[in-house]
Design a protein around this ligand. Structure first.
Ligand SMILES: [Zn+2]
Length: 333
């Protein structure tokens, strides 16, 4: 419960602002005022990010199992403001109960426990599976639904986008290393208290697991993809004691092998499938999105670590505004 009135007030204001600006942005796009829509969408995200900060500050975010329990017992965010008035529709309630059951067994929901989801964009009604031909509540056709499919759970990037991101990672890492001494590159820092060299070791471990899976999907028929997770960050420790040249070379070597396995694949090959223990029948693109989303979040961690290390070690930078080291994700391709 929130006891701080001003925090409660700002959480309310920000949540409303997020919705308002988003709705105004949708309207602007509808009127083909695309730059104004962009402005309004950006403003909406300002509100969203700040609302989330205020929400966390109010101690309303616990671990996933506790959050699901909160949702099930009707302690949804709005009831914090207005008292217990939650009326969760019965499908959402059922799905949340399934999640709660899986979490009590210490695991994620499996594909056979949570199908594709679709939301009617006109009225917000939730459907599991493909949904009806038209919304049962408001009659909007299925084409107007917003899908949340199993296949897209890892991201929706296609072969071109996946290859582009896999291909530029080595250069991004090289730029992140640039200008830092061996000592700084081996110094523990950042959110995981490991060095930049170990972060790269961790990315190499992921690359190897991804390449193995990609090979299985390409070379065998519907292989089983185990839910085995690649080695934890802590296991990359040996990389701390390697030279930066060795670390970069190890990454380039691994990524080079991955890229040559995937280069020139047809669209059909990218849509060959494996049977993942948790995600069900998944195409190679699913695993491609898996590695690039993991890699990207760690590259951003590394840019932050670099920034903090430069300040901590008082290293002067050549440029007043250094170039952006981890590029923004290009538009969907
Ligand atoms: Zn509807």
């Amino acid at each position: 419960m929130i006891d701080n009135t001003s925090l409660q007030r700002s959480l309310c204001d920000l949540s409303l602002g997020f919705t308002a600006y988003h709705a105004w942005a949708v309207q602007a796009r509808h009127e083909r005022l695309y730059n104004i829509a962009r402005l309004l969408e950006a403003a909406s995200n300002v509100k969203r990010i700040r609302a989330e900060l205020a929400f966390r500050k109010s101690h309303l975010v616990a671990n996933c199992a506790k959050n699901i329990q909160q949702a099930l017992t009707g302690l949804e965010p709005q009831t914090v403001m207005t008292g217990k008035v939650t009326k969760i529709n019965s499908l959402l309630y059922t799905l949340l109960q399934r999640a709660s059951q899986a979490l009590s067994e210490g695991r994620d929901l499996r594909f056979d426990e949570l199908g594709d989801l679709a939301i009617c964009t006109s009225c917000g009604e939730l459907y599991e599976g493909a949904g009806p031909e038209a919304c049962l509540l408001c009659g909007t056709v299925r084409e107007g639904f917003l899908p949340f499919t199993c296949n897209d759970a890892m991201g929706t990037r296609g072969p071109h986008g996946i290859m582009g991101l896999l291909g530029c990672a080595a250069n991004v890492i090289e730029r992140l290393f640039d200008g830092l001494s061996e000592e700084i590159l081996s110094a523990p820092a950042g959110p995981y208290n490991v060095s930049l060299k170990e972060m790269v070791g961790h990315l190499i471990a992921f690359d190897e697991v991804f390449r193995e899976r990609a090979w299985l999907i390409l070379e065998t028929n519907s292989p089983v993809i185990s839910d085995y997770n690649p080695p934890h960050l802590a296991e990359a420790e040996p990389y701390r004691y390697k030279s930066s040249e060795e670390v970069l070379e190890a990454f380039r070597e691994s990524r080079g092998r991955t890229l040559s396995l995937l280069r020139g694949l047809t669209n059909a090959a990218w849509h060959r499938v494996g049977k993942h223990e948790v995600y069900g029948i998944i195409p190679l693109t699913h695993q491609g999105n898996w590695i690039i989303s993991h890699e990207r979040s760690h590259l951003i961690d590394m840019a932050q670590m670099r920034h903090n290390l430069l300040i901590e070690h008082n290293v002067k930078q050549a440029h007043e505004l250094p170039p952006q080291l981890v590029p923004h994700l290009p538009e969907e391709e």
